[in-house]
Design a protein around this ligand. Structure first.
Ligand code: ADP
Length: 237
């Protein structure tokens, strides 16, 4: 079979146990919300106490969601904190915590800064799973692994900090160019896997995917609705 004809949805090496419709899956799904909004100004009803910043590896602030979070929290405070506590920045795939500064007035206690991978955009290299190969099976590119690490490291840090509700933006899908449907599947697969392995009352209780547009939220909803096709079954490769 040619590389282009390979079904990228067959073998998904995501850490998800169980099968669609099991109690564990339903319980994990009930801990996820997809909302449309600015992550710095989400509805108080969502009870978000921790937000994730799609930062750069230097933690110096930037455009997009990073710029919005710096502006809302107070860029001077955030930069000074990160310079002092994380002088080496945040290597891609890892996560670092800071206080929320001015965002505390909106109930946010922690900001988790994670540096997502830049989608390389290399295609048709002839090497399955080469960086940037969007036809590769999910989980098989270096960028997939690094993006998955962003989610799992943020969730581990949130657990250590005692976060109740964590809001994630669509990490890497803006300036960093990660294909949105692929990124949504990685985000959902790893959050569900985390919840299945850590049933309530373990923290965080819930995750909110804060989408910046209706179209972005539709990508998450579609990924959730089609999860039975792409999420279950470990790699047989
Ligand atoms: P990256 O460099 O990781 O790609 P970007 O900030 O460019 O980060 O984009 C990541 C995602 O965040 C994009 O889907 C973008 O639409 C979204 N985004 C931008 N600003 C906000 C915001 N204030 N709240 C929530 N999501 C946002």
């Amino acid at each position: 079979m040619s590389r282009g004809a390979r079904d990228a949805s067959q073998d998904v090496p995501l850490p998800v146990a169980g099968s669609p419709g099991t109690n564990a899956t339903d319980a994990a799904l009930s801990r996820i919300d997809v909302v449309v909004g600015d992550i710095t100004d989400l509805s108080a009803e969502l009870d978000v106490d921790t937000i994730v910043n799609a930062a750069n590896a230097q933690l110096v602030g930037g455009a997009g969601v990073d710029g919005a979070i710096h502006a809302a929290a107070g860029a001077d405070d955030l930069l000074a904190h990160n310079r002092q506590h994380h002088p080496d920045g945040c290597p891609t795939g890892l996560a670092k915590a800071s206080p929320a500064f001015a965002l505390e007035a909106r109930g946010i206690k922690h900001i988790l800064h994670t540096a997502g991978p830049v989608w390389s955009g290399q295609r048709d290299t002839g090497v399955p799973g080469a960086p940037g190969d969007d036809t590769a099976k999910l989980g098989y590119t270096l960028e997939d692994t690094l993006l998955a690490a962003c989610y799992t490291n943020c969730l581990k840090l949130a657990q250590q900090l005692g976060s109740g509700v964590v809001a994630f933006p669509a990490i890497s899908t803006g300036v960093y160019g990660f294909p949105k449907p692929r990124a949504a599947r990685i985000a959902i697969g790893h959050v569900l896997g985390h919840f299945q392995q850590r049933p309530a009352p373990e923290l965080p209780r819930r995750v909110v995917f804060a989408c910046f547009s209706d179209a972005d939220a539709d990508v998450y909803r579609e990924a959730l609705a089609s999860r039975g096709q792409w999420m279950f079954g470990r790699s047989r490769a």
